[in-house]
Design a protein around this ligand. Sequence first.
Ligand SMILES: Cc1ncc(C[n+]2csc(CCOP(=O)(O)OP(=O)(O)O)c2C)c(N)n1
Ligand SMILES: [Mg+2]
Length: 414
Amino acid sequence: MDIQKLSINTIRTLAMDAVQKANSGHPGAPMGLAPLGFFLFHEVMNFNPKDPGWINRDRFVLSGGHGSMLLYSLLHLSGFGLSIDDIKNFRQWESLTPGHPERGHTAGVEATTGPLGQGVANAVGMALAYEFMAKKFNKPDFEIFDHFIYAICGDGDLMEGISHEAASFAGNQKLKRLVLFYDDNGISIDGKTSIAFTDETEKRFLSYGWNVYNIYDVNDLERLRMTLHETRSSDRPCLVVTKTNIGYGSPNKQDTAKAHGSPLGEKEIEITKQNLGWDYTEPFTVPDEVKTHFAAAIEDKLKVYLSWNGLFEQYKSAYPEEAKLLAQIMSGEVPGEFPIDESYFPDLAEKLASRASSQKVINTLDDNYPTLIGGSADLTESNLTDFKNLPSFRSSTERAGIFIMVSVNMEWVP
Ligand SMILES: Cc1ncc(C[n+]2csc(CCOP(=O)(O)OP(=O)(O)O)c2C)c(N)n1
Ligand SMILES: [Mg+2]
């Protein structure tokens, strides 16, 4: 078996084995999506597992958090510090591998997901943050921020309203660094999606102003490669509708809702492994060739990381002010004192609407909180949350703006 297939099957078998041992969980999505996960983590994404907070890493969001074993298998294979024992402890109390991924709990998890649709919105937020930070800190010859946001969503994510609101925003704002893969497996918990979900997803996303691509078989790595290459020159967010088979390889459960959210069962796992051409009888086996294959990829990623560090050292000398500000922002420190004092409200007897006093306060914040981003839900004139004399964040014109407007023709209302 070629090394790519063996690596992909390792992801599948880890997912099957972990769900079986925990006696709960969702094997089907990880088994279907294994080629895509492998492609992204092994071949595409830049990161350093020893420095998971590196500011220029590519981001990955698994919006359907129930498929967490996909992510945990990939984090294990990529050296993020999840051991095989952590994988064996899947879904156990206080383990690093909870049923749904939790940011801040497991290194390499970028977003806490589980409530469907939400991860899509998280990814849109990350794509917005990319534009903002790139505009604020990149300089000629210094692409300090130069990364992509990859996300995977499933049928359930697209049934939820939040994913569509976020997608509409991303299209309007032309958040071109976002590549969202839709796990189009035609199955959710109740059975075939034709029962309840018959949207024309491609048309829906086209109407939001996205570019849409198709992968007719997720196992076709060459097609994945070519499609990803195409997304690179996109001037807008990209949806890649990717056909997969839930529970791929399972003779009796593939393409059925039975593979969604329960263990396959010992017998079914045995015949699935046979069907996949898996030669190992011990559960949780990671073949040595696969370890070596991932280690080599991580070596290459490390070169990119080190070269970025070299660039950033030069940036520090060329742009010391910006570098200082960036370090401050990333540390989470507040750059200055909270600037409000009584001088802002000299006449306490004055009758001032609370939104008007709020406006005064908000308009002192941008100096000291340079990454504060806010907005109003198409109510700028009413709730007075915009920033006087500062541009709003707009697609393609003003990426460093800090106020997000729903309609862009508003005048400042004193
Ligand atoms: C907002 C929300 N509603 C319902 C659920 C419960 N739920 C978890 S997975 C799922 C079905 C997901 O179907 P799909 O995204 O197609 O995943 P697949 O079966 O293909 O793995 C549902 C309804 C949830 N997690 N979040
Ligand atoms: Mg599905």
